[in-house]
Design a binder for this molecule. Structure first.
Ligand SMILES: CC(C)(COP(=O)(O)OP(=O)(O)OC[C@H]1O[C@@H](n2cnc3c(N)ncnc32)[C@H](O)[C@@H]1OP(=O)(O)O)[C@@H](O)C(=O)NCCC(=O)NCCS
Length: 331
């Protein structure tokens, strides 16, 4: 069966840099606390008037340029985000409108931090089935407008941030190069450990003044539980996806772990017994941009020459749902 290749990557982050010092003026926290607990030094947040679909459009145009594919040659858009510009419709159609490609299918994937891995798996299945040839896959998130930027919300406000990444997929012309496989999981029994309660269709109305006063529109996280699950399930998933491809962690050229927290990445690295040069992290500069972390890392490492033809690149993610998973690529 045809394999899928990534033929272009792109990313875009807002130009507004928010430092730990700036957050320390807004809530009871400190640069030292944030650096030692999360690894984050600064992050990007949008200014009023900027949107996630615009950020993703810049990322998409960069990926299309690298791929040598024009927007009109795309067959489909798969857009991973849990923070769309609006509740309805999804952001795929807004990106489609900005790219000027009416008519092609544009679907949203709402799997939070694992969104890009899931979106990639959907697009890969389309290509392997012969249904589409050129697919734009996006991971983009605007978290800053949904954070409680006060001492009460400090365990999430210092972590989450905004950004977008995109890749262009096409059928591989070499049987041994391309996406080697996926390992995907979810478990709704922990759904409320990382969630946003409202707006939600179970509420009458979906959002009320009382709910807003209670802060139920903000992301809420049980950090310790998320941490505990992530450090076990991410390495387990990496091993599973590699074993499906007849490989082991020692074969990894580059691991791109979802940027949840630098301490999580370091524990995943230790568990898999990987050297520093086998793992890439950029949470120091961008914070946790949810579905965008992996495509941003793919773009940065590819453009920096860290990925070469034949390399085994593994991506892995864990987040809300809980949902987690990995993909392996022979570049
Ligand atoms: C959020 C996280 C950094 C908190 O670190 P932790 O060591 O678990 O800290 P705790 O939640 O136990 O809180 C310890 C103390 O620090 C405080 N604290 C929380 N956030 C703080 C902040 N930004 N600044 C200063 N103090 C903070 C807590 O209020 C608590 O104070 P208390 O002991 O007086 O109650 C950590 O749990 C984590 O990173 N979890 C994973 C989160 C993640 O990856 N999320 C993304 C998933 S995709």
């Amino acid at each position: 069966m045809t394999r899928t290749r990534i033929i272009g990557t792109g990313c875009s982050v807002p130009d507004r840099v928010v430092t730990n010092a700036e957050l320390s003026e807004l809530m009871d926290t400190s640069d030292e606390w944030i650096r030692t607990r999360t690894g984050i030094q600064e992050r990007r947040w949008i200014r009023e008037g900027e949107t996630g679909s615009e950020l993703s459009c810049r990322a998409a145009r960069a990926a299309l340029d690298m791929a040598g594919v024009s927007p009109g040659e795309l067959d489909a858009i798969v857009y991973a985000t849990c923070t769309p510009d609006h509740f309805i419709p999804g952001n795929g159609v807004y990106l489609q409108r900005l790219l000027g490609v009416p008519g092609i299918p544009a679907i949203d994937i709402r799997m939070a931090c694992s969104g890009f891995v899931y979106a990639l798996s959907v697009a890969d299945a389309y290509i392997r089935a012969g249904m589409y040839q050129r697919i734009l896959v996006v991971g983009a998130e605007i978290q800053s407008t949904g954070l409680d930027i006060s001492t009460e919300g400090r365990n999430t406000a210092v972590i989450f941030a905004d950004g977008a990444g995109a890749v262009v997929l096409a059928p591989s012309d070499q049987a041994d190069r391309g996406l080697l496989g996926f390992d995907l999981h979810s478990d709704g029994s922990s759904a409320e450990m990382l969630w946003v309660d409202t707006p939600g269709s179970m509420h009458h109305p979906r959002i009320s003044h009382a709910q807003l006063d209670q802060g139920r529109q903000f992301v809420v996280m049980d950090g310790k539980e998320v941490f505990r699950h992530a450090v076990t399930l991410m390495p387990e998933s990496v091993r599973a996806v590699l074993s499906g491809a007849g490989l082991t962690p020692a074969d990894i050229s580059l691991l791109l772990p979802h940027q949840a927290n630098l301490r999580i990445s370091e524990m995943v690295q230790r568990n898999l017994e990987l050297r520093d040069d086998q793992v890439y992290n950029n949470i120091q500069r961008y914070g946790n941009t949810t579905a965008a972390t992996i495509p941003i890392m793919l773009d940065e490492t590819l453009r920096a020459g860290r990925i070469k033809a034949g390399d085994v690149v593994v991506i892995t993610a864990f987040g809300a749902g809980f949902a987690w998973g990995s993909a392996a690529v022979r570049w």
